[in-house]
Design a protein around this ligand. Sequence first.
Ligand code: BG6
Length: 665
Amino acid sequence: MSGTTPSIALSVVSSDSLAAIAKSEPCVMVIIGASGDLTKRLLMPALYNLVCDGLLSENFAVLGTSRTKMDSAEFRASMAGKEEGLRAFHTRKEFDDEQCDRLMSRLHYEPSNITVEDFTALRKTVARLDAEVGAQGNVLFYFAMAPRFFGSLCETLAKAGFREGPGWKRIIVEKPFGTDLESALKLNEEILRYWDESQIYRVDHYLGKETVQNLLAFRFTNGMFEPLWNKDNIDNIQFNVCEAVDVQGRGGYYDSSGVLRDMMQNHMFQMLAYLCMEAPGSFESNAIRNEKAKLLQAVRVYEPKEVERYVVRGQYGPSHKADGSVDKPGYRQEKDVAPGSDTETFAAARLHIDNLRWAGVPIYLRSGKALWKRGTEIVVEFKKPPLATMRGSAVTQLDANRLVFHIQPTQGIGLMFQAKVPGPVLDLQQVDMTFNYGSAFKASRYTGYEVMLYSCSRGDATLFSRGDLVEAAWRVAQPLLDYWKSHPAGDSFPNYSRNSWGPKAADELVRRDGRRWFEVVTPETLERSPLFKGADPMLLKAVIMALRSVSIEAGEVIIECGAVAQEMYLLCQGEVEVVDAAGKVLAQLKTGDFFGEVGLLASVPRTGTVRAVGRCDLFVLEQHEFFRILRDYPHFAEAMSAVARERYQIAIPARQLMAGSNDHA
Ligand code: BG6
């Protein structure tokens, strides 16, 4: 990558300064499998963003190919389309027809099968386009096809003579790269038989995310954290990739994959490597990738006994309506999924990094589908100071400092620490210092593929995975796959219901170590309560900051029937039941449910007792905090008054909310 700007630069500049960045290099981009979804949904919007930002070389053309028969005009029409094309999938605030036309004028199409004969014909077309646009012999192949074709594509391209001639030839390969260690080794071997490692760009779309790239920038450009970044100061690290979506009709693919292959072995291990690697000797791609590989090689490869102890798997069951009927199907009832499928849709693990920096620090990973919320966060939890330092005060507990990397949908970084609550006595509360992408930068939203295409064209492989990295990741994942294969889940699946936070065992995995998952409440989470649905982001943020977390033991009463309400609850883990004065169970509430909203608005006596069925983690919003927020932001008080009237049939004027008075009219 000599002479090029590392691609990381593209992701941290605002649109104003994009003009200062060099354009992509001239090339003909050959998309193999161009009639598929990826081209429409991601590649075209990414190319369009590059055109709009003036980052795409003028000497550029796309040649799409696949088995589908169509001509270039039809290809352009389908790519630009309103329903299923660029006009539907672009990511910019406004659509620019002129820029779209510019991009479309560079698109060409020719059908082909993967045969030497057809690819030889393609080569002639590439040569013609090259001469037309002045691509200097550079060709970028994009494999937008099922992985089983990767090996034969490499061979056929080579045999059709694509390696020859002036200019560079590079190949972008989509994931998954292998389905286990053996197939990954074989695939690497097949590809490298015809091409050099430096020509292969293995995509992991997480590396295209601004917030993931920023992990690297954060680690190595902020001196104050580096001295703390080790086993002496960090208690544990948690990686959470929670998805609210189910398999979304991709059962055919997913059933032979599962969350370990689909999310952990690739996306999560990439983030793990960035967060925990040693400082590279430079910011050149191989220096960075060397350190990432070293880190992954230091992750302990588990024996079967360790898999049993440190790894939990899960599969979602159906969700139910209030009358007990099935609302949405469980995984085993999804389309194209085997009825008794053992595929895991959830996994949680404790990993060990056996090197000098991290030995003994638990690294927790958790990911799943059909969970209660969508949210990817990395929580770095620091060691607590000794409570003894607070001798003589009323403080009985100190919380850990936490650095939270919000990867998505919230994008930012939060640093949580203790602050003294204003008042005459020493009382502490966790507060949060937050950096938010949206307010700090005004860059356009990217798909993540722009930076991939751009940096590949410039020969910068920083954001792509290398063969040894992929293999190291498979070495860690393989014992889990083997163990699960020899210990089928059978009747223990499904073990979590849709919209929950996964199986109980995942909670126990962490609790056993005397810790717990640190749950990040996002505005989306809060909006699940009718009270906050559609609320102003600023109000949501203020409320999130005011939430206090508490743990309740099994059987303990959270709300007493008849007591005057003082707060609202969000059930974060566990189950509670609502019982009336006669002890009859009126309702069961699960992870993710809210209760007590009416009481928060108007201090009426509680109509039922709420009791923890098992051990529960809750977030509490206390009324005095809520009213304080409304006093700070009077216009929110107006909005809340309207919500109280419309959604809860409570008449309480805004001024009363602001005054903190809870006697409703
Ligand atoms: C893909 C997986 O790689 O990543 C999907 O195949 C998953 O199953 C997706 O939903 C998640 O990506 P993102 O960018 O939405 O976090």
